[in-house]
Design a protein around this ligand. Sequence first.
Ligand code: B12
Ligand code: SF4
Length: 460
Amino acid sequence: MKIVLLIPPWNYSILKGNNSSRAKNADSDVTSLGILPPTGILCIGSALKAQGHFVNVIDGYFNGQDEILKIIIKTNPDVVGISTISCLWNETRKLCKAVKEALPDVKIILGGHHVNYAKGKSLEDIPETASIVIGQGEQTMIEIVKKLENGEKIEKIYYADPKKIPRYFEPDYELLDGPVNRYIPNIGLFCQLPFIHMFTTIGCGRHCAFCNVGKSTANLQIRNAPEIINEIQNNINKYNIKTINFYDDSSIFETNRNEAVKLCNEIIKQKISFKWSIYLTNFQLDDELLALMRSAGCFRIHCAIESGVQKNRDYIRGNHISLSLIEDQIARIKNSGIETYGRFMFGILNESYEEGRQTIQYARQLKLDYASFIRCLLAPGTKMFEDLSKMGKINKDISKWNYYNDFYQPYPMNNAQVSKLIKQAYINFYFKPSVLYNMVKKIHSLDELKKIAVFAKRFI
Ligand code: B12
Ligand code: SF4
């Protein structure tokens, strides 16, 4: 069968709730601080390709609705699978309508984060949908396509069995409608290009106050070291990858020390030459593991600190990691020779403007090598969503939802204060001679320098 899998159109302007012209490339708008390939639908694509189906993956970052429609009409697929997130639900709705008008026989299947949350309500919102898939999509998509091939009726709602560990299908970048090197990662993720991001675990298993992924995925599944090594080598051999970021929030480095040690030892033994970084949320890596990671090529650790005020950090991450533990961990990482990148957010429920300023001070005091400061983005079905909802702060009109503004108002800060804090934080953190000197000293490549220059222009 012929299958098109896609991410609906998105860019900075669309996320702000506007219709907009397309970004020309991954450096031409602000979201371009990190444009990465859509792993979820690439894994599903791999699974379907392994069954002998024809698969085309379209990324809505590089294609507007008209371009997507043209590709779909040209491909004339039997199935269109769309990955959904809440702030692009309206784009998804428009696209489904247009696809169905152009190709009335096509079966539209929706999956991903928004339908995981909204479940049956998504079918009411988008009546053009043939089925929705809740949970991990590989196995279920194989099942659905098989049924369609046999002329059998398909269900309206499929639940991927959370207890069944799905087979992991490596994302197949050959399925993309463009070259993999047009993706440009976030400023801190790479030291040299080409870059790719990977996952050492599947699912999540946590319940952060702003995110609904943990609620809808199966419990955390650990990938084994040989399988991860195989994917690393494939990426290096096929795309000459120089930097990899392990993008998972609960990577094996924090959740399965044995597998992490095996992975590092194997990288060293096989002399696999690449630089890599990880995300950290639990802050409990010991010195021995840090030294081994460093020997295996780990150059930077992204620390999800979120807030310098304990009550706000506890609320948002829910794992009660004390600020003193974070400080101790940062010192250990620095001692190991690995660079530190702190990640912070503003606009947490009940965070005051003054507390936001304390977070800026905290970021400076930690003497991190890099830091990023973002707006706390909210997903429906989460604790923060429910709490704001009870306070009447949520705009329930789904057609108005977007990433930046209309969807909800932070409390007690307003959006303007959040934006002001973000700007102040970058200026206060980076415009210090010692930080700038350190950054320049540590620049790993011309590509990294160029990315830093694009970023710095926003504040000059
Ligand atoms: C990597 C990542 C990115 C990358 C790549 C995006 C992408 N489309 O893959 C980049 C940096 C580009 C990015 C950008 C954005 N992201 Co993002 N991103 C993530 C992250 C950290 C991992 C996603 C991932 O690859 N997981 C691994 C794969 C294997 O799993 P998966 O994507 O969930 O897919 C599986 C299932 O969901 C399902 N499935 C998914 N799609 C489909 C489709 C069909 C048809 C079927 C049947 C099943 C199915 O099957 C898949 C395979 O098992 C998640 C957080 C998280 N832990 O999930 C946030 C997350 C998805 N991002 C989010 C957001 C908001 C954004 C941005 C708006 C942010 C911004 N300002 O730029 C943009 C929008 C991009 C977009 N259109 O998708 C939110 C979504 C919130 C929500 N619930 O709606 C999340 C959950 C983060 C959060 N905690 O809030 N993101
Ligand atoms: S933000 Fe929290 S709930 Fe969401 S994926 Fe990361 S660890 Fe899981």
